[in-house]
Design a protein around this ligand. Structure first.
Ligand SMILES: Nc1ncnc2c1ncn2[C@@H]1O[C@H](COP(=O)(O)OP(=O)(O)OP(=O)(O)O)[C@@H](O)[C@H]1O
Ligand SMILES: [Mg+2]
Length: 398
């Protein structure tokens, strides 16, 4: 029987922990074997601030996803969220002296790019290869096997603050998960929701979470931008709670059921005051004004993140919205009006197994995590009786 390639993907978001068990299938891309999502505490704007509290949700999500799958993969891929994640463009050149370029040459260039301009207190978590120049001429595709004198690679080096990575590592450890394979959340979301055609043509991906928005741009099949805006849907909820004098749970319900990113507000809504004693009538125009103001501010920040990218006629693949915050009514229309580009709501596609359980835009991240990890060759290590015992023990006692 061929060896199975299986991985556990864990997304520690601001509002929820998601765990997914996936396996490579020959007929379909990957199959989902287990999935669970649990509300989380101890995370602010994508940063773990209380590892102990956050680890309880991670443990719960992992337990549920792995019991659904019926086993626990040894290898774990985890997303790195938050605005302590940065991506910088680096250009590195090597003399190849006329011989054929090898994969080792590219790896050596990646290592140099990682070290170049690295800052203390920051750790590089991924080098995303971009375009190449062969003897000064730009080249599409991989240069492996081509003979050149000089090879230049442009890439995105993604790094995260060491302190934040330590907190995340500790959270996972307390949930019984060791040696995580880090994947930037923006990259994961892109692999969870974009098609190959979109990545080739040029596309803007927005993963609107609770505390952050991951902004990613793909063009010519390559990543051109990965940026994090420290604003997500939760600020709309807190604005509504403060502005209307209601509790957070009511503000959240109001946002999901009645709010819209485009001011189409007529009528009234009945809300309970914070003390729960009195009921008041609030105009939907007031709700709209609060939501629109925050969406405006968010838009300015996203535009700012995108300003280094120039398009002649906008991204041919348009804009793809994922994440729970992308579900806000009127978001697509609002963005289409402002940018004049087509906007669609993205969701994981082309999956086998329990694909019906992961078809919402909020699952793009955790699905993409498993896809990137499996593509990178993770998931061949077999679980042994001992590792299974150890994992169970850690989870019970930590
Ligand atoms: N139907 C909906 N309409 C509007 N907002 C929604 C809806 N469903 C979920 N949300 C909002 O989506 C946000 C959570 O999204 P998501 O689960 O993608 O965040 P996260 O991954 O936990 O956070 P982050 O990526 O910022 O770390 C919350 O602000 C929630 O209120
Ligand atoms: Mg998220």
């Amino acid at each position: 029987m061929p060896r199975r390639q299986r991985v556990l993907a864990v997304d520690v978001g601001t509002t929820k922990a998601a765990a997914l068990v996936a396996e490579v299938r020959s007929d379909r891309d990957i199959a989902v074997l287990g999935i669970a999502v649990t509300p989380i505490a101890g995370v602010k704007r994508g940063l773990v601030v209380e590892p102990e509290r956050a680890s309880q949700s991670v443990r719960d999500a992992v337990n549920r996803a792995t019991s659904m799958a019926g086993f626990e993969p040894v290898e774990v891929a985890a997303s790195v969220n938050g605005d302590h994640v940065r991506a910088r463009v680096e250009r590195v050149t090597a003399d190849v002296h006329g011989r054929s370029v090898t994969e080792q040459d590219l790896e050596a260039l990646s290592h140099r790019a990682e070290r170049q301009n690295g800052e203390t207190g920051w750790e590089s978590i991924r080098v995303m290869r971009g375009s190449f120049e062969l003897d000064g001429m730009s080249s599409a595709g991989s240069p492996v096997g081509l003979s050149v004198q000089q090879l230049t690679m442009e890439c995105l080096v993604v790094s995260a603050q060491s302190q934040q990575l330590r907190n995340l590592r500790r959270t996972l450890q307390m949930a019984g998960l060791s040696h995580p394979y880090w994947i930037p959340a923006g990259l994961a979301a892109a692999w969870g929701a974009l098609s190959e055609d979109e990545r080739q043509l040029g596309v803007v991906l927005l993963d609107v979470g609770g505390g952050t928005t991951q902004v990613a741009v793909w063009r010519g099949g390559l990543p051109r931008l990965l940026s994090v805006v420290p604003v997500g849907g939760d600020l709309i909820t807190s604005d509504l709670a403060t502005g209307l004098g209601v509790v957070a749970a009511q503000a959240e319900r109001l946002k999901i059921e009645r709010a819209s990113a485009i001011g189409q507000a007529e009528g009234m809504v009945e809300l309970k005051s914070v003390n729960g004693q009195t009921v008041k009538l609030v105009g939907l125009d007031e709700v709209s004004a609060i939501v629109e103001a925050r969406v405006d501010e968010w838009l300015t920040m996203v535009q700012d993140a995108l300003k280094t990218i120039s398009w002649t006629k906008g991204p041919p693949g348009g804009v793809v919205l994922v994440g729970g915050g992308g579900l806000l009514k009127g978001m697509q229309e609002r963005l289409e009006r402002v940018w004049g580009w087509p906007v669609r709501l993205g969701a994981p596609q082309g999956l086998g197994g329990l694909s019906d359980l992961v078809k919402s835009p909020g699952h793009a991240n955790v699905v993409g995590l498993s896809r990137v990890a499996l593509q990178d060759g993770l998931g061949f290590r077999r679980e042994t009786g001992w590792t299974r015992l150890l994992q169970g023990w850690l989870r019970t006692w930590s």
